[in-house]
Design a protein around this ligand. Structure first.
Ligand code: NDP
Length: 300
């Protein structure tokens, strides 16, 4: 029998979205404001199209306005920058998200830097990254924010716990490490050059894996009772010739050792979109000088 608590991110995210919807309705009643999220998609990438549709639908379900801007795969950088400039000026748009990856002729850094910092609901703008690192008021990238919420809910008091963040990307690993440091964890960041990775993992009370290597972290790499957050989304082949999604953690062996663990799918993924909505609500309040509400998942 599995030892670990399975962290149901899908359920947690649904409760969080319900909490967000309550505050969105309140904002409308008290201030006549409806948060607006604009999602920009350039090109025809099928996965990106699904993500964009889901983001729009979930924004609407939470009572927000959703605006979708589609540009062809041949769009130039100037065209995309002109679209961003329009959204920056639009008072009905409180949050702007540019779906990545972008077509190869467009420089994603230029595009992200063009988004007004306060509307950067993905939290990828270098100023937001700097504010997070320096302990300021930043827009926090959605995936690490979702991971932190799960850790707070399932790992008890975070202060003083030993955390290992596996991966050092700008969108997951680095902001995750900054957030855990802010929570007073003792943080180690591991990456492809780390020596004795299994030993590093075994010391961690909290492990966040964001490497993009299917089932790399084995159960015997874990400290018994550790809380494991698996960010990885990898597609692997199954014996029947089909494929399925797998995380960066070998769930079958890890579930026997961990204290709590997120599955893939159904763990971190749903939290990412819920946190995008949370950031859009936060951005709307900040833009209008309204105190940021304390949004909590609504109990059943
Ligand atoms: P990146 O490819 O940008 O970063 C991967 C990191 O993992 C790098 O720091 C790299 O090290 C490290 N790494 C790679 N191989 C190894 C290895 N063998 N041993 C130790 N470290 C290694 O990925 P992302 O951060 O963008 O994404 C990571 C995973 O999370 C992916 O599977 C992605 O699909 C998923 N993801 C899921 C999201 C969700 O909503 N659930 C959202 C975002 C991402 P180095 O820096 O040395 O190269």
């Amino acid at each position: 029998m599995a030892a670990a608590t399975i962290i149901d991110g899908k359920h947690f995210a649904a409760r969080l979205r319900a909490g967000i919807a309550t505050h969105v309705a309140q904002l409308k009643t008290d201030h006549g404001l409806t948060p607006g999220l604009a999602v920009v998609l350039a090109g025809e990438d099928p996965a990106s199209q699904i993500y964009v549709r889901n983001k729009g639908l979930q924004a609407q379900e939470a009572g927000m306005n959703s605006f979708e801007h589609r540009l062809p795969a041949t769009a130039t950088q100037s065209e995309l920058l002109a679209c961003i400039a329009g959204l920056n000026q639009d008072p009905l748009v409180n949050g702007i998200l540019v779906q990545l990856p972008l077509p190869s002729q467009i420089d994603p850094e230029r595009v992200i830097e063009a988004i007004t910092v306060g509307k950067d609901v993905d939290g990828f703008h270098p100023l937001n990254a700097g504010l997070l690192a320096a302990g300021g008021t930043a827009m926090i990238p959605c995936t690490p924010l979702g991971c932190l919420m799960l850790l707070k809910a399932y790992a008890g008091e975070l202060a003083g716990q030993r955390a290992l963040v596996l991966g050092r990307s700008n969108i997951v690993g680095k902001p995750m490490a900054a957030l855990l440091l802010r929570e007073h964890c003792t943080v180690t960041i591991a990456h492809s050059r780390t020596r004795d990775l299994a030993d590093e993992c075994r010391r961690a009370d909290l492990l966040v894996a964001a490497v993009g290597r299917a089932q790399m972290v084995k159960g015997d790499w874990l400290k018994p009772g550790a809380t494991v957050i698996d960010v990885g989304i990898n597609r692997i082949s199954t014996p029947d010739g089909k494929s399925r999604l797998a995380g960066d953690v070998d769930f079958t062996s890890a579930v026997e050792v961990a204290g709590a663990i997120t599955p893939v799918p159904g763990g971190v993924g749903p939290m990412t979109i819920a946190c995008l909505l949370l950031n859009t609500l936060t951005a709307t309040c900040r833009q209008h000088g309204i105190p940021i509400p304390e949004v909590t998942p609504i109990p059943e």
